[in-house]
Design a protein around this ligand. Sequence first.
Ligand SMILES: Cc1cc2nc3c(=O)[nH]c(=O)nc-3n(C[C@H](O)[C@H](O)[C@H](O)COP(=O)(O)OP(=O)(O)OC[C@H]3O[C@@H](n4cnc5c(N)ncnc54)[C@H](O)[C@@H]3O)c2cc1C
Length: 348
Amino acid sequence: MLPREAVREVTGFGLASRADGYVFQPKSVEEIRQVFALARTTGRQIVLRGAGRSYGDASILHEGIVLDLTQMNRFLSWNRETGVADCEPGVTIEGLWRTGLPNGWWPPVVSGTMYPTLGGALAMNIHGKNNFKVGTLGDNVLEIDFLTVDGMISKLSPQDAMFYEAISSPGILGVITRVKLQLKRVVSGDLKVYAESMPNWSAQFDAFEGRADSADYMVSWVDCFAKGSRAGRGLFHAAWHDAAESLESLLEFHQDLPPKVFGVVPKSQVWRILKPLNHRLAMRGLNLAKNLSAKLIGNKKMYRQSLVAFSFLLDYVPDWRNAYLPGGFIQYQSFVSKEKAGTMLCSA
Ligand SMILES: Cc1cc2nc3c(=O)[nH]c(=O)nc-3n(C[C@H](O)[C@H](O)[C@H](O)COP(=O)(O)OP(=O)(O)OC[C@H]3O[C@@H](n4cnc5c(N)ncnc54)[C@H](O)[C@@H]3O)c2cc1C
């Protein structure tokens, strides 16, 4: 029998997908095996879940067993001299930078939010703003432990073919129970950031290609309301690790995002301001305003920004997804091959 008190509603990050499941939070590999056994005797399917930051339904399952790995969140070892971290799967990207940065180590690949777990991030093989340079998170992992439904653990490294199946199997082939990775050496907690307003897609492509050899990170915001010759307009950013040593900038107090917007509005309340603006007309206006400010303020300028502020832009406004309630939202990400992207978008 499955305990009724384990039943909970779990959602995708976009809040558009919801399901009631039996939630279990194992603290060890042995407890995961016990959940496998329970699933077998009760005939239930299992879905794995990290921090639940996938936008859609990847980590929810109606009337199934939700194996939530957030409680397996210990550092098994951390070497501040070499920057090698050996972690349980529930260690988050936030846990990684808070542990590493004071000693001059930054995660090799991070998502636009710091809250995903390493297990969840690796199961989706996430990419960061340095994808063009270092590849995905999976390309930067030294070794994982992978637990399959027969209860066996395999130690997998990038030399094993099975490693690549495991890191791109969104929790379907087994559980990542340990992640060992090498963090990146940094001497400053700041980046030098260059911003440039872009008039259209072809300028965007030129900007990315032109800086790919030198930049450490690149990202661009696009006004998706613009059409015709203005399609693709937006704001391009390239960033470089600051080579000037600054021990103070490595510390958490320098990195932590400010609790208020413009020093006045508590950030926890900002989603309430966004909610009434959540319709086509207001969004068009906001995009227009952002594009204008990109052109008029700071265009073609360099400035300094902390690693956390640059990397985790989407964490600036806590609970921003609530602005989409009651229906939630579906995130649409299009992948277009490099060969076709230019012709498809620039002629659209
Ligand atoms: C604001 C925001 C910004 C984002 N930015 C980016 C970005 O820049 N780049 C990017 O690539 N992604 C990005 N994402 C997506 C996010 O990084 C991924 O969805 C990531 O997988 C979430 O990790 P999680 O711990 O929340 O896992 P969950 O969402 O809970 O689970 C993700 C998948 O992993 C499986 N899983 C979870 N734990 C394990 C485990 N231990 N072993 C095996 N499988 C497991 C689950 O079954 C599920 O299929 C962003 C998401 C948000 C909300």
